[in-house]
Design a protein around this ligand. Structure first.
Ligand code: UD1
Length: 417
């Protein structure tokens, strides 16, 4: 198993290029199942979740060919299997995104139930309820959810709770349903908007994506398209924090500042200087960081996927900050590892109270999930001595060549095979 070794203390300076958004790439790849024609996706991040999705699509009968330049040709001319098996779903919960497309295209889908993970229970009841409302017969047996329908029929669906992949799954399913579907209390994340744009390019009729109410007029079939994936706002935010915590000066290019409103505002509250331009941003430390409270929320609120990295930042800010996790019930696994490095953090239910500024010292730490790993990397950048991060496969699920990108702007980081 690979490990990362980081020697802290260097200021990050220079330019970093942001990859395509993992959370846009996964639904976009699943959407290729909706058509018998070829789909070309550009700006795909070369991360393990994308490779897992490639495996899954191939198992279902699609061809997926990656080119040199971060693009891929996906072609589901025929669907040969209807099943997303347990061994793929257990490594990547987003495998559930094939449920809607498979059912809508072929009338059948069988997907392993994802179960819990390090950050909480993460049920898919809202995906299932929505498909039932669209007329599917759904049953769960032997750890699988099995859905079938002659043809889905449009209806009104009000989500009890905002769910990103739930919105995406039902939006994809509804594109081929008969009649009109209205999704209310839908997720407004930019990745939902990106998927809607791609589906419309394929011939779907979707309005309102990016707002809480999405209307989909079903069509008989969809065609192929060429679609470019939006920049990864979480990778961007991670580098903004890496720049701020090291008192550095980073230019971040191929990013979309408009998708980072609440993150930029929060980082400015802590004293980081951030300038934005078209497709680019610059972050500079001004020597001191101040504590600022944060509550994670659905978009456009502060993303839960940035909470762990923000906690690492707050260990270096002067004062006490309260970080409230409002989306997932168990997403503070990084706190105990940060404490082993010298952070002062108290967990009280859904709140973490961080008191700073405390010097961090390098230690051997274990990454528990994707964003927790990023938080340990950030802490390692300012820790005294060497930090050794174990279970780097979590990081490789969602960050493309993170150690190369960090090294190119001055970090001392290497991968131990
Ligand atoms: C997506 C993102 C993930 C991010 C999360 C929240 C992808 C591939 N992943 O995950 O990076 O952290 O959004 O922004 O885009 N819930 C239910 N029932 C359901 C579905 C969800 O109760 O059927 C709950 C979840 O347990 C959680 C909340 O709703 O508490 C939000 O989860 P959701 O938005 O569905 O997360 P994902 O789509 O899995």
């Amino acid at each position: 198993m690979d490990k990362l070794r980081i020697k802290g203390g260097n200021r990050l300076q220079g330019q970093v290029r942001i990859s395509g958004a993992k959370n846009s790439a996964l639904p976009a790849m699943a959407a290729s199942l909706l058509t018998s024609q070829e789909v070309i996706l550009q700006n795909l991040p070369l991360v393990n979740d994308v490779f897992t999705t490639r495996r899954l699509l191939r198992e279902l009968g699609a061809t997926v060919e990656f080119e040199q330049d971060h693009s891929a040709r996906l072609h589901a001319q025929k669907i040969l299997s209807h099943e997303a098996p347990y061994d793929l779903v257990k490594t990547m919960r987003a495998s559930v995104l094939v449920l809607g497309p498979l059912l809508a295209r072929t009338g059948r889908a069988r997907v392993s139930l994802p179960g819990g993970c390090a950050i909480g229970a993460r049920p898919i009841n809202l995906h299932i309820n929505g498909l039932q409302k669209l007329g599917a017969i759904v049953r769960t047996a032997h750890g699988y959810v099995e859905a079938s329908a002659e043809r889905l029929s449009g209806t009104d669906i009000l989500f009890d709770k905002v769910t990103v992949t739930g919105t995406e799954n039902l939006m994809m399913a509804a594109t081929l349903a008969e009649g009109k579907t209205v999704l209310q209390n839908a997720a407004c994340e930019p990745e939902v908007g990106d998927l809607a744009e791609m589906l419309n390019e394929m011939g779907a009729h979707i309005k309102g994506a990016g707002t809480p109410e999405i209307t989909i007029e079903g069509v008989r079939e969809l065609n192929g398209t060429t679609h470019r994936i939006i920049p990864d706002r979480i990778e961007t935010g991670t580098f903004l924090i890496a720049g701020a915590i090291t008192n550095g000066d980073l230019e971040i290019v191929d990013s979309e500042p408009a998708h980072l409103g609440s993150i930029i505002q929060k980082l400015r509250d802590t004293g980081a200087q951030i300038e934005t331009g078209a497709g680019r941003m610059r972050v500079r430390g001004n020597g001191d960081l101040w504590a600022a409270d944060v509550v994670t929320k659905e978009y456009p609120g502060f993303a839960t996927d940035m909470q762990a990295q923000y906690m690492a930042l707050m260990t270096q800010a002067v004062g006490t900050s309260v970080i409230t996790e409002d989306i997932f019930e168990n997403r503070f696994m990084h706190a105990s590892e940060l404490m082993r490095m010298g952070a002062v953090i108290r967990i009280d239910g859904a709140r973490a109270i961080v008191t700073g500024k405390t010097p961090l010292s390098g230690a051997t730490v274990i990454a528990s999930d994707l964003r927790a790993s990023a938080s340990l990397v950030i802490a390692g950048l300012v820790a005294d001595g060497a930090t050794l991060i174990d279970r780097v496969y979590h990081l490789d699920r969602g960050y493309e060549k993170i150690e190369e990108k960090l090294r190119s702007v001055g970090a001392q980081i290497d991968r131990l095979k």
